[in-house]
Write a protein that binds this ligand. Structure first.
Ligand code: F6R
Length: 365
């Protein structure tokens, strides 16, 4: 049942190229994203959307954070991202021109479901991105995008997250096309890169042996930091959550620019820092932040793009991911972070697929 892998989590990490490909299948036509089967809104209604809210929990919330960057960049509609357990109690501003996108692998998360119901009651339109056909969220939403990750068994979510990202890119491309915020040629260029991701994810998985070695070191630590800017920050949060939930190592993710507003005080000799520097437009800023932590003795594991020049001179270790459009990199950047958490967990001898205190589906508040 584990397909020759030691754990479901490892199997599911390796299934990502396939999950990405399957989630794209049937949703690209003539080189353009086409969600007319998933989203029943008319072009007129799509043009009337004034704001978008992503609402979700945990890893799915982290996918929503990527969604904010992607949708605002492509469609120029203001996007808010909320944790469902906050959203449902904070009286959010909802109108019939608000599109609420709930993201849930299981489609059964109690808080996400409650947020969906609040949004519907207020007359907003709800799109669900979920992995489970017939789940409560899928049944109650107005529109449904089913990710094709396949059943996810390990408590720590991996392939569901990357599939949610693909759904979000397709949503952004589809909305941009209908609202004409980008030219057909520009959108076709993004779609072309999107379709290359399964192969690039495959290549990213090839660094597993290196990661196993690095994970053996991480497994000995009790505290570490993830830093990044822009989309790398969103992925840092996910990397940090993966590590916490299965290795029980304490970690925090910070936007690199916030370090000097407090956190830098925690950086001293030997403190491990995982620095993500895959965003081209923010690269120089990240290099300065890495210099700052290095100067205080941090032990830096850098994550950069293939052919990277600067990080190799600065960081103690560097992992590189294949090049793609900057805003598609989260799909690849998260893979080494998933593998790092997995191998650190194995090195520590904990139960990978069933971490303590956690359930796969959180159907109570
Ligand atoms: C983390 C993880 C959880 C879930 C969260 C939401 O690895 O799996 O944080 O992402 O409980 O679950 P769904 O997506 O089923 O609503």
């Amino acid at each position: 049942e584990k397909g020759g892998y030691d754990h479901f989590m490892l199997k599911e990490i390796h299934e990502q190229p396939r999950a990405i490909r399957d989630t794209l299948t049937g949703r690209v036509k003539g080189g353009q994203a086409d969600l007319s089967r998933e989203i029943a809104l008319s072009p007129e209604e799509i043009r009337e959307i004034e704001r978008i809210h992503f609402v979700a929990c945990g890893t799915a919330y982290h996918a929503g954070l990527v969604g904010k960057y992607v949708i605002e960049e492509l469609v120029r509609i203001p996007v808010e991202v909320d944790v469902a357990s906050e959203y449902r109690y904070r009286n959010p501003i909802l109108t019939p021109r608000t599109l609420v996108v709930v993201v849930s692998q299981s489609g059964e998360t109690a808080d996400t479901l409650a947020a969906l119901r609040e949004a519907k009651k207020a007359g907003s339109r709800v799109l669900a991105i979920t992995n489970v056909v017939g789940s409560t969220v899928a049944r109650e939403a107005d529109d449904v995008f089913i990710t094709q990750a396949g059943p996810e068994i390990a408590v720590a979510s991996t392939k569901a997250y990357t599939s949610q990202l693909i759904a979000i890119y397709l949503l952004g491309l589809y909305l941009a096309r209908i609202r004409r915020t980008r030219s057909e040629a520009e959108l076709a260029e993004v779609v072309k890169h999107l379709e290359e991701l399964p192969e690039l994810a495959e290549r990213t998985l090839e660094m597993e042996d290196t990661i196993r070695r690095l994970a053996a070191e991480i497994a000995k630590k009790e505290d570490l930091f993830y830093i990044g800017r822009g989309l790398d920050y969103a992925v840092s949060l996910e990397g940090s959550l993966k590590l916490k939930e299965i290795t029980y190592i304490h970690s925090e993710a910070y936007t690199a620019g916030e370090l000097k507003h407090g956190t830098l005080a925690l950086i001293e000799e030997g403190v491990p820092v995982i620095a993500l520097a895959t965003q081209t437009s923010l690269y120089d800023k990240m290099v300065s932040n890495i210099e700052e932590v290095k100067a205080r003795g941090a032990q830096v594991l850098g994550l950069a793009l293939e052919g990277d020049a600067e990080l190799h001179k600065l960081a103690d270790e560097v992992l590189t991911i294949p090049r793609t459009l900057s805003f598609l990199t989260p799909v690849l950047t998260v893979i080494p972070l998933q593998l790092l958490a997995y191998h650190a967990c194995v090195a520590r001898g904990y139960d990978v697929d069933k971490p303590r205190n956690l359930a796969k589906s959180v159907t109570v508040e």
